[in-house]
Design a protein around this ligand. Sequence first.
Ligand code: C2O
Ligand code: CU
Length: 494
Amino acid sequence: MPHRPAVPLSRRALLRAGGAAVAATALGGTGLKAPDAGALKPGLAGPEPITSTGDLVEVELVAKQRMQRILPEPAEPSPLITYADHFPGPIIRMRKGQRLRATLVNELDEHTSVHWHGIRLPNLEDGVPYLTQPPTRPGERHVYEFTPPDAGSFFFHPHCNTVELLGRGLAGVLIVEEPDAPKFDADLVCLVKDWQLDKTGRFGAFTTDRGASRAGTFGSVSTVNGAIEPVIEVPTNGDIRARLYNIDSTRVVDLRVEGAEAWIIAVDGNPLPPRPLDGWPMGPAMRIDVLFRAPAKAGQTLRLTNVYSAEPRPLATFRAVGPARPNKRFKPRALPASAIPEPDLKDAPIVPMAFSATAVAQSFAPDVLAGLPYADALCLSAKTFWAINQQSWPEGGHEHLPPPLVTLEKGRSYIFELANLTPHLHPIHIHGYTFRVLSSDGRKVVPHHADTVLLEPKERLRVAIKADNPGDWMFHCHIIEHQDTGMMGYIRVA
Ligand code: C2O
Ligand code: CU
């Protein structure tokens, strides 16, 4: 019943509990009052998480333009597009087992939808215009309803005109908490994102042919939670869980918490045996949950940096505040394992997926695009530079959805051999499934689960799924300009 008529939700019906427990650094809620609010840069004090104690968590996502300052004065506030009054927002926190009912209210002047990245949900809730739902037109609503099967750190975003909408901030966070997780002294969300802004605060071009046909068009300003090098407060001597997200459209990052021993405890929300944080490059859409110990004395700091560049780049500072937590020696603690269905590797056919550049950049005349009912001009660019198995999304002149890249038999297991035939990095994402990452021909692979895997230039990476979730599922590069210019397709599980 996913396409029931949307019931208008009154503001009162929305549950926004937990306010009292959440302090000024609300993205994580350390429970501490900021002793020196002046140190909090604008943009850091995010929204309260939306939570509920009942079986149902209801939220309203009003997609529209909102002015928000990213650059300091004298620049102007920038015309962001967001789902909540403030970027980053909303942060939805729910417990595993709770049901989510999210109503998209489209106050944009273009159609849109909400894709729930990383969630193994029913196909009709997946939020891909034309493939899984009709696009939600300006002024319309669309209700999504599902119970996330896995705990983890997820997010959501649109699936057409993503280069502009995500570029302007249209993304929200969905956290599904483990009922039996170890206790941490703080649970933070850090969203790494660049913005394509000129000095005055206006947005520049989100895509260029030069970028789209190579590594992508990089933004000009780096932020965490929409703030330039924010100071994020953490409880002194506390054990900190930080959910580090790369929600940029283009940039690959490799994050460090400098000055602390830090451990990766989950990848894309999926627990793995804790391993030191020292080399886990994340392409767009990839996440890690990290555990570290805050400084032992109030006022001391640690730095979050990106070392995926010649010089490490500072992104944020964690500053210890409040009385020291009586924590003893620091030991990483594992999260409870998730229940992703195990693929049966012995019985699994190998499905080749080759990621390449198109031999000749194709261009579509506007009237060809107009004739594609599934793919209007918002959902793809008029040019293609990239392909999967030599198919570019879309193939010019098709009157209907292109055929799936492959059709899989429901219930069987499959190994995808992801072959990167290009000299660029590609974060490859599957909808509705979580890959088990098996092996690479070019590096040693840490066994883990992920919904997005970073393919190195010329690498062949093997990943497996058990095809238990029927439907048509997008399969694409998450460098948004690559996705928009051909490196996208879908698989069918039937
Ligand atoms: Cu994060 Cu197809 O998307
Ligand atoms: Cu790519």
